[in-house]
Design a protein around this ligand. Sequence first.
Ligand code: SF4
Ligand code: SF4
Length: 329
Amino acid sequence: MANSGRECSAAEISKEKGPPRRPEFEALWRLNQSCNYRCEYCFRSGVDEYRQAEHPECGKYRPAQIAQAFDYTGKTWRIHMTGGEPFLYPDFVSLAKALTARHHISINTNLSTSNVYDFADQITPSSVHSINASLHLAERQKRKDGLERFIQCMLHLQKKGFNVRLMYITYPPLLSRLKNDLTSFRSQGISGIYVKVFRGRYENELYPAAFTKDQRALILSAGIPGDERAILQGETNFFGRQCVAGSKAFDIDISGNLTRCSAINKGYGNIFTGRYCFDEQASPCSSLFCNCPYQGLKFTQRKTYEVLSKLMRRTFDAFLPKSKQGTLR
Ligand code: SF4
Ligand code: SF4
């Protein structure tokens, strides 16, 4: 194997039984490609060969084999399941059940399939970090009672004790209705609402850079969290910062291939075949562009970096004439 680092083996499997421990490793697993929606802003448009049919490698391994592959690393994982639409994965509820016996999961979903109710009945909420349910209003409105069914499903998961979040994307055509929509969802009992900054192209403009001053003020007034604020302000270049992607966090494709992250294609082997090795420690980010800023914001040692930058600025200021102090950024 090309990478240096520690190789894991079956000998490291934890023999512990019982509920999953606190996650030590993270994976963003793109487990399938097919989706029943056709959102016009979907990042897959134009690059997805398998939009109608599923990827041929999807479902190749049984749920128990997949869970065992994660167990064999000897670590507890938080597995972020994304697609495609993950609930369309063959026998998705069994997969979730197998994984949550020792690990934690989170899911990016459009929450449109009936097996969500089986999931709610069979999976322990404490093993599910979050269910990120994207609203995709235009697609809901194409379907009979689409929005009502989405709200009912959200409320059901909420009642069962899951950390389910309605993800409202600030797609430019939706901005005029953003505030009313949020008020309406809250009045219907939805407690977890997450306003997500749109990233992508709309009418030949690239967002979030193209948001106007007024649009930015509107988005900020909707109460977006810190990571979204950073994305809106374009603070998403992590080049040179220490990042745990490659040592404690990975991207996994449908076939089980591990890479450092969504932006850096460096391979770490294959989780399903049991042949892989991980870096022993964090290393500097080598990409000028972090494809998934959520990974960069989470995996870089941002706090340490910010404290160090502040210290450096103060040190430089001490040696500069008064008129030039505060110019170093
Ligand atoms: S639901 Fe998600 S994966 Fe499916 S088309 Fe919409 S954005 Fe793409
Ligand atoms: S900062 Fe982003 S691009 Fe850089 S290594 Fe980390 S996850 Fe990858």
